[in-house]
Design a protein around this ligand. Structure first.
Ligand SMILES: Nc1ncnc2c1ncn2[C@@H]1O[C@H](COP(=O)(O)OP(=O)(O)O)[C@@H](O)[C@H]1O
Ligand SMILES: [Mg+2]
Length: 419
């Protein structure tokens, strides 16, 4: 076809091709174009507005993919971007953000591989992405990875809390902050009616330089929609592509890998070198992990802070999994000892553990975390798991409490009374 002749002769700086061409499938030509003219950007346009087309375009390494109907300014803008990219060649590949020496996402089981492939394929499209999965499975991490590996990676990454959407200027201020980067509507099922309406209005205002829209949800929004608890127009606007993140129970073979990953992370951050004994590792693998990767990560962190032997034992793991209070019983303190005195004793021992060296930086957050955890657990027990009462008791906002419960991986249901 004529197009291929031009490409071969070195004519032109940009190819814009429909998927359905009079003489064949436009996607089929992409690998040949790539071989003949490496770095020549191709924009694929398609009326078959499905994820599969996007995936094929990404696989064939199209520079960009544009579903029909598109508007001319949009095409012009993308063309300009493609040409600009070509001019800057060979520096066209922006390296991924430095994520440290470890992979941002651990997991080699089939479920995760399938997810990675999808992530790779949606990465540089403008499709909205909804990430679903149980709490702690890694939804937020995936949203971050999609941004960090996409060509928007140098632009802002914004996680929208519903508070950001309040007030007249809320939505537009958020858009201004995002500047064409990515916005994540986190745990969207928690948005009340009013907030949902604000998001819809905001999405209606998207124009030039629109950010990539992502959202995360723990609950089945289709079900919510059926019972009118979630707006269908919002559902369809957010759910261009759905990525389902498997629970940890569905990928048991990843558990040892993740445990090792978090031990290594702890080694870097806390400076404590620990390994898991064989039977400790077996217990971890056999556990049900209702809190998924977050729970596993928090458990390893707690083990690193509380255990002082190089090898973590089965008993230590079982103690934490049995949801026993983490701190060991206060020795020598007894009745009437002031809290600050007991904390001081613990801290002194913690510093002593480092044998003349300073502990790694971040002591403040680490210690506060250790105090927050039993405080919230015990307050929840005292209020029989009633979060409203518990927030009142602690004198903190209910949303703050809810966030801390998630972050610290505290199980609220079926709480036993501590003796
Ligand atoms: N596959 C993974 N590899 C490494 N760390 C992970 C993985 N999945 C989740 N995590 C970690 O577990 C914690 C919870 O993940 P997060 O994305 O916040 O879960 P969610 O948003 O689904 O509740 C985070 O600290 C995250 O870095
Ligand atoms: Mg999250």
């Amino acid at each position: 076809m004529t197009l291929m002749r031009w490409v071969e002769e070195g004519k032109g700086d940009l190819v814009i091709s429909d998927v359905i061409m009079p003489d064949g499938n436009g996607l089929d030509a992409l690998p040949r174009i790539g071989r003949m003219r490496p770095g020549l950007p191709v924009i694929v346009i398609s009326a078959q507005n499905t994820i599969m087309t996007a995936i094929q375009a990404a696989e064939a390494e199209a520079y960009d993919y544009l579903p029909k109907p598109f508007d001319l300014p949009d095409l012009m803008k993308r063309s300009a971007r493609a040409l600009e990219l070509k001019r800057r060649a060979p520096k066209t590949v922006i390296p991924p953000k430095d994520t440290g020496d470890d992979l941002p996402m651990v997991g080699r089981t089939g479920g995760m591989q399938a997810l990675y492939r999808l992530v790779a394929r949606v990465m540089n499209t403008d499709l909205s992405v909804m990430i679903t999965g149980e709490s702690g499975t890694g939804k937020s991490l995936i949203a971050r990875a999609i941004h960090d590996f996409s060509d928007r990676r140098t632009l802002p990454f914004i996680v929208a809390q519903s508070i950001d959407l309040q007030g007249i200027d809320g939505p537009s201020a958020l858009m201004a902050r995002a500047r064409g980067g990515s916005i994540v509507f986190d745990e969207i099922a928690d948005y009340d009616e009013d907030t949902q309406a604000r998001v819809v209005r905001m999405l209606d205002l998207l124009g030039d330089n629109a950010p990539r829209i992502m959202s995360t949800s723990q609950v089945d929004l289709a079900g919510r929609m059926a019972s009118d608890a979630f707006r269908s127009d919002l559902f369809y606007r957010l759910g261009g592509v759905t990525l389902q993140v498997p629970s940890l129970r569905e990928r048991v073979d990843d558990i040892p890998l993740l445990a090792e990953h978090f031990l290594a992370k702890g080694e870097r951050e806390l400076g404590s070198v620990r390994r898991l004994s064989k039977d400790a590792s077996d217990v971890i693998r056999a556990h049900n992990w209702p809190g998924n990767v977050r729970q596993l990560e928090n458990m390893i962190r707690r083990l690193l802070v509380t255990s002082s032997e190089p090898e973590i034992t089965k008993a230590e793991v079982e103690q934490i999994l049995g949801n026993q209070p983490v701190s060991e019983p206060l020795k020598g303190g007894g009745e009437g000892e002031k809290l600050s005195a007991s904390v001081a004793r613990h801290l002194k021992r913690y510093f002593d553990l480092h044998g003349g060296q300073l502990p790694p930086p971040g002591v403040y957050q680490r210690i506060l975390r250790e105090i927050e955890l039993p405080l919230i657990e015990i307050a929840l027990d005292a209020t029989s798991g009633n979060q409203a009462k518990c927030a009142d008791l602690l004198g903190i906002n209910r949303n703050t409490l809810r966030k801390k419960i998630t972050d610290l991986d505290i199980r609220v249901t079926r709480r036993r009374k501590l003796m």
